[in-house]
Ligand binder design. Structure first.
Ligand SMILES: *Cc1c(COP(=O)(O)O)cnc(C)c1O
Length: 437
């Protein structure tokens, strides 16, 4: 599979190059160039197949030439010591639990895969001189996830760029001299951090000199592996369903959602995708055929979905450019408010004896709303993506269900920055240059 920019069809780039450079020079984002049907690889897998077996089997074909079968199984083994889990609730609904990674949210999958792939790609041709640098604008969760995924990876240093609010993370060694996780605090906002990452990558000479790429979702090396758990859900559920299959995905920046669409492009038989949004229903109009107009942000109780301009919008748009009629039939938007979110957390606990977090509850309520509207009961089975571990929201769970659950511990440690810089590219490049001569 080759990649092109969302801004042009002109040049095609290999998987290796998109992972190592991650932003096209024309200001777009990389997307797969065309549909790639790998159905024959997973259609006949059975329920016994493990997640890493699935990844090792499908990755080499997807990433033609980027990973051979041997390196793909090495990557799968070294990335995933956690698996997705499909929980069948009844005839109409399943939960795809994506919360068993180190930070308890689905983003652990993409970050873990990217870290393992980068190590593998650099093994063949190690960068000369300094280690390859992986930059990520990181709030607490991404920081923890990155630290787990990148610690001890050979030939790579992960640079976490975070805003003035304290980053809590487990960083074994935030020290330039010996650790390979480097937290840099920026005296500015999270947007400043994100801008710095993009600017450093777009300073092509600087990026080439220090072998710089990013671990944010601008890198397709994070989105593609998320398609694997959709395929995994498919092979686990297919025997148990007679009708159609749909997925309900809680959407903020639409990274997870795009990955589902990739799984469909790879040949996964599916009838629908529900784009579950909270009151920040930013892409509802666009999906229904209107235009995208950014709106002011509303603060809700599912904060990871509080996004006013989804980072992956141009990737979604490119799907609509290619096949507008298909997209209209396959994608169903839904918007769920705070009250229904809490009611759904409570109802799921009472009905199935399972705790779900607020983001998962948005997707669950959206699935129920869509199924009722389209008369799916008994016809279409919906897999609801559980994207966040409920123990990340122990307080909310107690309020809603009256149950006491232990708070997730791995997110609690504080770290010291290796450097504090002002929010401009010169300051950032200066600190990198000083330490990686
Ligand atoms: C990040 C996140 C989301 C939203 O995913 P996007 O890819 O940004 O749409 C949903 N739920 C949880 C728990 C998250 O952490």
């Amino acid at each position: 599979m080759q990649f092109r920019s969302t801004n042009s069809d002109a040049s095609l780039v290999s998987f290796r190059d998109v992972v190592l450079h991650c932003l096209p020079p024309d200001g777009g984002l990389y997307v797969p160039d065309r549909a790639m049907d790998i159905r024959q690889l997973f259609l006949y897998m059975n329920e016994e197949t493990s997640f890493s077996e699935l990844v090792a089997a499908v990755a080499p074909s997807l990433l033609e030439g980027g990973l051979n079968p041997l390196s793909a199984s090495r990557v799968a083994e070294s990335a995933f010591n956690f698996e997705p889990e499909l929980i069948r609730l009844d005839d109409d609904y399943s939960l795809l639990n994506l919360c068993k990674g180190p930070t308890g949210h689905y983003k652990d999958f993409g970050i873990a895969f990217l870290a393992a792939v980068l190590e593998e790609l650099h093994k063949d041709s190690p960068p000369a001189g300094s280690p390859a640098l992986v930059l990520a604008a990181a709030l607490a969760d991404t920081g923890v996830s990155m630290t787990h995924a990148f610690s001890g990876r050979k030939g790579i240093s992960a640079v976490l760029i975070y805003p003035a609010e304290p980053l809590t993370a487990i960083v074994p060694n935030g020290d330039f001299a010996s650790g390979n996780i480097i937290p840099i605090q920026v005296q500015g906002t999270f947007d400043d951090c994100q801008r710095l990452v993009n600017e450093a990558i777009n300073d092509r000479a600087f990026a080439a000199r220090y072998n710089i790429t990013s671990a944010n979702t601008i890198n397709p090396g994070r989105l593609l592996p998320q398609a694997f758990y959709y395929l995994y859900a498919f092979i686990k559920i297919k025997k148990h369903i007679s009708g159609g299959l749909a997925f309900s995905v809680p959407c903020g920046n639409f990274g997870n959602f795009i990955s589902g669409l990739y799984a469909w492009k790879f040949g996964m038989p599916v009838n629908g995708f529900i784009a579950a949004m909270n009151s920040n229903n930013v892409l509802g109009d666009f999906i229904k055929g209107g235009t995208f107009t950014p709106r002011p942000l509303i603060k809700t109780n599912s904060p990871a979905l509080d996004v006013s301009i989804p980072l992956n919008f141009s990737r979604l748009e490119s799907f609509y450019r290619e096949a507008p009629a298909v997209m209209r039939n396959i994608v169903h938007p839904a918007s769920i408010d705070d009250e229904l979110t809490l009611q759904t957390m409570e109802r799921v606990w009472k009905k199935y004896h399972l705790h779900i977090d607020s983001h998962t509850a948005v997707a669950f309520a959206a699935a129920e709303q869509t199924a009722a509207g389209l008369d799916w009961k008994g016809n279409v089975h919906t897999v609801v993506l559980a994207t966040g571990h409920y123990a990340r929201e122990a307080e909310l769970i107690r309020k809603v269900t009256g149950e006491t659950v232990a708070e997730m511990q791995s997110l609690q440690q504080k770290i010291e920055p290796a450097a504090v810089i002002s929010p401009n590219l010169d300051a950032f490049e200066g600190i990198i240059a000083r330490h990686f001569q």
